[in-house]
Design a protein around this ligand. Structure first.
Ligand SMILES: Nc1ncnc2c1ncn2[C@@H]1O[C@H](COP(=O)(O)OP(=O)(O)OP(=O)(O)O)[C@@H](O)[C@H]1O
Ligand SMILES: [Mg+2]
Length: 286
């Protein structure tokens, strides 16, 4: 029994996963539960380099994210943060280096859709929701549906799917807006809806690029609350400039990565990296 109404019903999600696991053998997708996190690592980047006309946007970037971790990544403009996400999601092919999801899934050999199916969800800065559809339908449309096997599973998925939509609505705090058109939502609500849509796909790893940009202070703190609640549901990497938001996510013990000039400049708690000489120089030296 799920005692906390703000957390999705894991039993329903797991049941869902089992129902679909036979599909993987048909070559449709790697299920998130097939990611090998036996070494405790969900994402592994090693010596990754990306050049644009000779300019190294990523320069021997190495980084790992632990399974279940919420990692904040900060760094000055042009540090390569978005490029790093482009590489992880298959939008940009690295010139060199390794990019692995878990121990065995080599992301550099996969297409963007295949990487998404493997369990990596990405939130861009601008919310992309179906404006002319109600909130509820946005979540429904976001759910994984592959017509071939969907039809045969439909009867049993319907109940579970409905429960998942309701749990997600509560989680993203839009339960009162289910019937409203997504286009009528505030910026902060749209951002939360998009995160909800990503969650419907049950990602193992969620990448968020400046999710708090353009938000009011109140919306920013609501978003921090949501992401903090998602801990344990999926691993997350959050790129952000808003330091109050980063502080709300990292707390006193969370690890923060500082990027500059295409590589990792510093790594530690927010307090530690703030006191780091190289970090101070990199921010002030621009
Ligand atoms: N497609 C591209 N072609 C050429 N240069 C690019 C391309 N994409 C990124 N760059 C360059 O690579 C560098 C890193 O850019 P990136 O967008 O990854 O930085 P960022 O850390 O996300 O910065 P910001 O905080 O401003 O979002 C920048 O100098 C940028 O101009
Ligand atoms: Mg960027």
């Amino acid at each position: 029994m799920n005692e906390n109404p703000m957390v999705p019903d894991i039993a329903a999600i797991e049941d869902d996963g089992r129902a679909l696991s036979g599909v993987a053998s048909m070559g449709h997708a790697i299920k998130p539960d097939e990611i090998d996190i036996s070494h405790g690592t969900i994402l592994y980047l090693d010596d990754v380099t990306v050049s644009f006309d000779g300019f190294r946007a990523l320069n021997a970037l190495s980084l790992t994210i632990d399974a279940g971790e919420l990692r904040c990544v900060i760094g000055p403009n042009g540090a390569g943060k978005t490029t790093m996400m482009d590489v992880i999601t298959g939008k940009t092919a690295p010139d060199a280096g390794k990019v692995f999801l878990g121990q065995s899934i080599d992301l550099t050999r996969m297409s963007e859709p295949a990487i998404a199916r493997a369990g990596i969800g990405r939130k861009f800065q601008k919310p992309t929701v179906f404006e002319n559809h109600p909130v509820w339908e946005n979540l429904e449309l976001a759910m994984k549906t592959d017509k071939g096997w969907w039809a045969s599973l439909r009867a049993r998925l319907d109940g579970a799917a409905q429960a998942r939509i309701e749990a997600t609505l509560e989680l993203i705090h839009l339960e009162g807006e289910a019937r409203r058109l997504a286009g009528e939502l505030s910026h902060g609500q749209k951002q939360r809806l998009e995160i909800g849509m990503l969650l419907m796909q049950q990602p193992a790893l969620l990448l968020l690029d400046e999710p708090a940009a353009g938000m009011t202070d109140h919306e920013t703190m609501e978003l921090a609350e949501l992401l903090n609640k998602l801990r344990g549901t999926c691993s997350m990497m959050v790129v952000e400039h808003d330091m109050e938001f980063v502080a709300a996510l990292a707390g006193e013990t969370g690890r923060v990565t500082v990027m500059a000039e295409g590589h990792v400049l510093a790594h530690g708690t927010l307090d530690e990296v703030k006191r780091d000489e190289a970090v101070i120089e990199s921010y002030l030296g621009r």
